[in-house]
Design a protein around this ligand. Structure first.
Ligand code: KPL
Length: 326
């Protein structure tokens, strides 16, 4: 990122729950933030009335108020925004390629590109579009929902792990982390190997909760109350951890099944992102989660029967339901 300017120009590509939440944090920290998204009701309401944010209980970063209205800038034209210091990619995994190509006018020579997305394959897709050496990966445990246009609900705070993607200078990740920290976001900076481990650690949780939650159409907490759903969840988490171990990027949790259960309990009332996608008739992140696990497991010869079944079932669900959204 260029220079030492105290106020950074930051573009958030993808104004879903996490993009809107991080955009709100950064706006409150005084940065010049642009939410860059194709036109739609969410952007229009933000343009006219601002973005309403319901903070997680006691989130100091939001000043302890019940609802904050923040006013990031909005645009549906990356060329209008021009080159920024930091681009934060927060689109659904299946849109990464297309969204990053669309967002190329946001890149100047020193622009860092941070992915804050679910699943695998995002950093590779971004690097393909923007070139090597400027991609930073973030794995966040913040939870958020966007229940209606113009509103983001911060469901829970947690650390965000940041590190350089293969070939990016570690200092780049450090600079991005400093920007996020100034916005009150808890960040841990790791090296390239740490990033892969963090990605696989989150993947184990995502694979444990998302497929069962979407298929059974229940909130996360219900998955640990049903003994059979709990078995599915635990088995998926263990399988992902086995693949991660075999590829040399072991998950960070000593007991990945217990960790997935703990996340399901902690986010009990939430409906997981895959269930929200299914309910809205949108594509799911099945490829970036289960597709990626099954492919890597096949390459390494690790059996992943639960993940393979969840992959097929979610694919079948997508193929047989009526489509509503993009
Ligand atoms: O990140 C999530 C998601 O919904 O994608 C989990 C951790 C499963 C919480 O809902």
């Amino acid at each position: 990122m260029a220079g030492e300017a105290p106020r950074r120009r930051i573009a958030v590509v993808g104004a879903g729950a996490i993009g809107s939440l991080f955009g709100a944090f950064l706006t409150l920290a005084g940065e010049e933030v642009w939410l860059v998204n194709p036109p739609g009701p969410h952007l229009e309401i933000i343009r006219q009335q601002g973005l309403r944010v319901v903070p997680a209980g006691g989130a100091a970063v939001m000043g302890g108020e019940p609802v904050r209205v923040v006013r990031p800038r909005v645009s549906s034209d990356p060329a209008e925004v021009g080159a920024v210091d930091l681009v934060l990619i927060a689109v659904k995994a299946y849109r990464t390629r297309e969204a990053v190509r669309w967002a190329l006018p946001l890149l100047g020579p020193g622009t860092a590109v941070l992915t804050l997305q679910n699943g695998l394959g995002n950093a590779e897709a971004i690097e393909e579009a923007v070139g090597a050496g400027r991609v930073v990966v973030g794995v966040t445990s913040h939870g958020a929902g966007r229940p209606e246009p113009g509103l983001v609900v911060h469901a829970g705070a947690g650390p965000t792990v940041i590190g350089p993607w293969r070939g990016a200078p570690p200092a780049f990740a450090g600079e991005v982390a400093a920007v996020l920290r100034r916005a009150g976001i808890e960040v841990e900076v790791v090296g390239a190997a740490g990033v892969e481990r963090a990605l696989w650690t989150k993947l184990a949780v995502n694979a444990a909760i998302n497929g069962p939650g979407a298929l059974l159409r229940v909130p996360n907490g219900a998955l640990v109350e049903s003994p059979s759903a709990r078995r599915l969840l635990r088995s998926a988490a263990r399988e992902v951890a086995a693949v991660a171990g075999r590829r040399g990027t072991p998950v960070l949790d000593p007991d990945p099944a217990a960790r997935a259960e703990a996340v399901a309990r902690a986010t009990g009332p939430n409906r997981c992102s895959m269930l929200q996608d299914v309910e809205r008739g949108r594509p799911t992140e099945v490829e970036a989660i289960y597709g990626a696990v099954v492919a890597e497991a096949g390459r390494l010869g690790v059996p992943v029967p639960t993940c393979a079944d969840l992959y097929l079932l979610i694919r079948a669900l997508e193929e047989t339901r009526p489509r509503q959204g993009p």
